[in-house]
Design a protein around this ligand. Structure first.
Ligand code: NAP
Length: 283
């Protein structure tokens, strides 16, 4: 293996120390940053993500609560709860864990959250602010990826970044953040022709397709930085990314592992955003 590993777990521990210090400062001003997470239904992966977010919040002194709603909750009931949280001064951040059951329109839910409490950074107001390069809540996974690149002083400016995947929560915003950092960005998706020809041109390759080990050394150029966003559960219970780590690490200059890669950074940037929301309400 030649690639250096960008360890998201270690970086997130460093960032959490800084967040904890700032949270303690707020405590001294009698402000307790508070995150409310809404979990609808009983999806085991969602439940585990939500519990992870609560645990991480507590580690840094952010108070958090999980509101659990049944799988059959109506859109109106959910929107009413969000409305109450928007008006609750004690609540700084609101996160609705996705996916949601089919009777609920996800976009209605995202747009009902006060943009000032939208710590996931999914509200169109915050997405627009991100696109126009203004200060805002950046979506957590893409923001974490930029922090990972910066932590290793990897130059983004002038580089060709290829993003595999165009979801609203990962692919599109990570491409936008790379563009904001002056990369030249190409998106690939399921309808892209000759994907390998494009990925082989990438200086920075971000893979967010949800297909276990789909990308290997055949798809990358020597020296590329490879960021694996995928989280896939194999039949034997192991977690794996979208990138075949062992193979890609033979050619890459830097690579992120799964687990201990992008995942812990996502949660850490959520804490960062909740702290930001609390600080902005104090001002
Ligand atoms: P998603 O909504 O399912 O989107 C997948 C994207 O990949 C789509 O844009 C799809 O194209 C594209 N795609 C699928 N197969 C492809 C292929 N063979 N070549 C090129 N593009 C392809 O997934 P997501 O929510 O973005 O998540 C992606 C992965 O990241 C999943 O494994 C998820 O669990 C993981 N994830 C991890 C974190 C973290 O914190 N590490 C956070 C979020 C998600 P079309 O648009 O044409 O369908």
């Amino acid at each position: 293996m030649v690639a250096k590993v960008i360890n998201g777990k270690e970086l997130s521990m460093e960032l959490k120390k800084e967040i904890k210090r700032e949270v303690e400062n707020l405590h001294q001003q009698n402000v307790i940053p508070h995150l409310t997470v809404i979990l609808v239904g009983n999806n085991p992966a969602s439940r585990s993500y939500v519990n992870g977010k609560k645990r991480a919040s507590e580690e840094v002194g952010i108070s958090s609560e999980i509101i659990e709603l049944s799988e059959s909750v109506s859109e109106k009931e959910l929107l009413d709860i969000i409305h109450q949280l928007n008006n609750n001064e004690r609540v700084h951040g609101i996160l609705v864990q996705l996916p949601l059951p089919e009777q609920i329109n996800v976009q209605h839910v995202i747009e009902s959250i006060d943009p000032k409490k939208d710590v996931d950074g999914f509200h169109p107001v915050n997405i627009g602010r991100m696109m126009t390069g203004q200060d805002t809540f950046l979506p957590c996974t893409p923001y974490g990826i930029i922090k990972m690149l910066q932590s290793k002083n990897i130059t983004i400016e002038g580089k060709h970044a290829v993003v595999l995947g165009r979801s609203n929560i990962v692919g599109k915003p990570v491409g936008q953040l790379l563009l904001n950092e002056h990369a030249t960005v190409t998106y690939c998706h399921s309808k892209t022709k000759s994907v390998t020809e494009i990925t082989k041109q990438a200086d920075i390759l971000v893979v967010a397709i949800g297909r276990p080990n789909a990308i290997n050394k055949e798809h990358i150029k020597e020296g590329a930085v490879v960021i694996d966003v995928g989280i896939n559960r194999l039949e034997d219970g192991r977690l794996t990314g979208d990138v075949d780590f062992e193979s890609a690490a033979e050619l890459a200059s830097y690579i992120t592992p799964v687990p201990r890669g992008v995942g812990p950074m996502t949660i850490t940037m959520l804490l960062h955003n909740t702290l930001k929301a609390a600080k902005e309400m104090v001002i």
